[in-house]
Design a protein around this ligand. Structure first.
Ligand SMILES: [Zn+2]
Length: 463
């Protein structure tokens, strides 16, 4: 299997360190606001990666963190703690805020049929381990302390910048002028490992004792800590959004490799952004769509999953409600095919099956070309394979797609629709084709279509 590795900026053959086991770490949500469609794309793509690995016979151990402290509104030590901000906005405590948005996150990922991680771990449950890691870094001479924080000294870590491909000098030049600067901070790229409860943080709700003083952890230290605690010092794959490359992931590498002297992550897997109507998602445009918005537009969460499968994870993707609607139609069509195939009882064997399995595998093994895999599925459904073979093949493919096709069941048709269909049948018997046509249109506008079979019989399907 070939995967694009951000670290080497190339496609590489993926082999885990200890086959058949794969260690996988995902940067989880900061639980201060609703999970939106941009997050959904990232987590669906991570899930497709995980499912592909499982499909290929690997045993995946997957860990994801929940950030409930220390992530500032500016990723680079600027601003305020996102959790404190979320709590102010909702009027709840920071702990209740974290719980509320964590629940919403998992409600969303469940609806998208995302396999839960084997271990989900909260930053606030790992303060002790984070302090140990900061202690290690201090012993190695990689930290310094100011009145405001304990910092990682990036000038002491020779390979700082290797993930983004920027040398420290370039990073320093690129650092923004308006970045809040602690007067004691030595270089703009240095980052906080531990903030003290002073100055702008004097009222910080969540705080703990530490050997350096009362305070709370920086954002980056939690991922180094939990990844190494649960998966070991060197892991196979670490996933996240492309926005994490220059700061968060660069800093995770510095902390982990600074402490252990070993390679932290072998493959860095990064998902590209989702645009909405060709614009960046933003508060002012109010285009952070959530599960509830999908519901309002009569789009099932799994239709969004199907939509995401049609673009490559490293490409920028543009979301529109039209594309979501056509994905919903595509998913409905697929479900109708499943129902039809279940009813047919042909059993003729055809040897083309392996041909499709191979092409499906080839597409996914080539850095997860999901849209090609979807095309292989449609092609397979149009062949003369027996219905039994098609179903088996489809359900096999769906282990990676995750569209829950095996659970497709006959939907109860509402009484109103059945009545209209009966009226239409009578109109047709009376050869009143104008009325029958009107009724067909009405039924269609209500989300159903009629397929006429022989002898004035019909099938009702969802559009
Ligand atoms: Zn992280």
């Amino acid at each position: 299997m070939k995967l694009y590795n951000t670290l080497t900026r190339s496609l590489e053959a993926f082999e885990p360190l200890n086959p058949p086991n794969v260690t996988l770490y995902t940067c989880g949500p900061t639980v201060y606001d609703y999970t939106h469609i941009g997050h959904m794309r990232t987590y669906v793509n991570n899930d497709v990666l995980k499912r592909t690995l499982i499909f290929s016979g690997y045993k995946v151990k997957h860990v994801m963190n929940i950030t409930d402290v220390g992530h500032l509104t500016g990723d680079d030590d600027r601003g305020e703690d996102k959790l404190e901000k979320g709590a102010k906005k909702t009027g709840r405590s920071v702990w209740d805020t974290a719980k509320f948005y964590t629940d919403f996150f998992f409600k969303t990922t469940d609806a998208l049929n995302i396999i839960p991680p084997d271990i989900t771990c909260r930053a606030t449950d790992h303060i002790k381990e984070m302090l140990q890691l900061i202690g290690e870094l201090e012993k190695k001479g990689l930290t310094y302390k100011t009145k405001e924080a304990v910092y990682f000294d990036t000038s002491k870590f020779a390979s700082y910048g290797k993930l983004s491909g920027q040398k420290l000098s370039e990073k320093l030049k690129g650092a923004r002028d308006d970045v809040y600067l602690d007067p004691g901070k030595k270089h703009p790229t240095d980052f906080a490992l531990w903030f003290f409860r002073v100055g702008r943080f004097k009222d910080h709700t969540m705080h703990w004792n530490s050997p350096w003083g009362d305070g709370f952890p920086g954002w980056h230290i939690e991922c180094s800590t939990m990844s190494m605690k649960y998966l070991g010092e060197t892991i196979d794959i670490h996933t996240g959004g492309v926005d994490h490359i220059p700061l968060h992931h660069e800093n995770e590498i510095a902390q982990s490799e600074g402490a252990t002297g070993k390679l932290f992550v072998r493959f860095w897997f990064h998902n590209n952004f989702l645009m909405v109507d060709n614009q960046k998602m933003s508060k002012s445009l109010n285009n952070f769509y959530t599960l509830d918005d999908l519901k309002k537009h009569k789009i099932e969460p799994l239709a969004i999953r199907y939509l995401f499968l049609q673009s490559h994870y490293r490409q920028l993707m543009n979301f529109t409600w039209e594309s979501a609607t056509s994905a919903q139609e595509g998913l409905n069509k697929l479900k109708n095919i499943v129902l039809d195939l279940k009813k047919e009882k042909t059993s003729a064997k055809n040897s083309a099956e392996n041909y499709f399995t191979k092409r499906f595998n080839d597409a996914l093994s080539n850095d997860l070309q999901t849209s090609q895999a979807v095309a292989v599925m449609w092609e397979m459904l149009k062949t003369n394979l027996s219905s039994k073979q098609k179903l088996e093949q489809l359900f096999e493919f769906d282990k990676v797609f995750g569209l829950n096709l095996e659970k497709t069941s006959e939907e109860k048709i509402p009484r109103e629709i059945i009545q209209l269909v009966e009226e239409r049948k009578i109109a047709r018997q009376n050869k009143d084709f104008k009325k029958s046509d009107e009724l067909r249109k009405k039924i269609k506008s209500l989300g159903y279509s009629i397929e006429d079979i022989k002898n004035n019989n019909y099938k009702i399907k969802r559009n």
